[in-house]
Design a protein around this ligand. Structure first.
Ligand code: ADP
Ligand code: NI
Length: 216
């Protein structure tokens, strides 16, 4: 149903007008493209994959007073009025509901091949060169320090503490980004994550060396 995709693309672009640079239409665009590529290698339904990728971030809870149901609710309401069949709408609602990382507290709660594809694509966009750019953009948006050697990363913290963290941006690499590689669900996702992870690790190592004037 090609017109469903085109209508959804237009709706999402309108919804994300003025969004923070790491969670804007271009993030959705990248996840959409990567999802299509990964879906080709997995036996996943491409229509469900594409609609989920397009709609996965239309109302991110952290920009809406922590309301985690707003995103799935808006996405499913939109798909219903588009005329998408009810089982597919419910499935897409679940994909969106369970995708978010939330400090690792959402892991293993839901699975389908389509979920695996879109979640991997979203997490690949959180690592590598793009991941670095998005993370410092978000830190700037929240006016966080780049780094503070006196504030160590906090691993294994509660979902609330993760959401409310005001730690320096570099800590986010240890608290989330460098952990994502091992949680990839598809073979293609695992393979793409390796190179993006290595690039990010090199960046962090250089960043810390340069911080102390110790780079060679
Ligand atoms: P998810 O898409 O799994 O819900 P988020 O929206 O929390 O994950 O994160 C998406 C991206 O936003 C992160 O990969 C990172 O680039 C940026 N981001 C989110 N939280 C932080 C933070 N506390 N510090 C720096 N960047 C962050
Ligand atoms: Ni996303």
């Amino acid at each position: 149903m090609q017109h469903w995709i085109a209508s959804t693309e237009a709706y999402v672009k309108a919804q994300l007008q003025g969004a923070e640079g790491g969670h804007d239409w271009w993030h959705v665009y990248r996840v959409w493209q990567l999802s299509k590529r990964i879906a080709q290698q997995e036996s996943a339904d491409t229509l469900t994959v594409e609609l989920s990728a397009l709609l996965h971030d239309i109302a991110d809870a952290k920009f809406h007073d922590g309301d985690e149901e707003l995103g799935p609710a808006r996405a499913t309401a939109f798909l219903e009025q588009l005329g998408v069949d009810a089982p597919r709408v419910a499935h897409i609602g679940n994909i969106i509901r369970y995708m978010s990382y939330k400090g690792g507290h959402n892991e293993g709660a839901f699975y389908s091949p389509e979920f695996a594809v879109v979640r991997d694509a979203d997490r690949l966009d959180a690592i590598g060169a793009i991941g670095i750019a998005r993370t410092f953009n978000y830190g700037g948006f929240r006016n966080r320090a780049l780094y503070d050697p006196a504030i160590p990363p906090q691993l294994g913290i509660s979902k609330e503490a993760y959401k409310n963290s005001t730690a320096p941006t570099l800590n986010h690499f240890y608290e989330k980004l460098l952990l994502l590689k091992d949680g990839m669900l598809t073979a293609t996702g695992k393979q793409l994550a390796e190179a993006r992870h290595a690039y990010m690790q090199t960046f962090v190592d250089r960043f810390k060396a340069e911080w102390e004037g110790l780079d060679g």
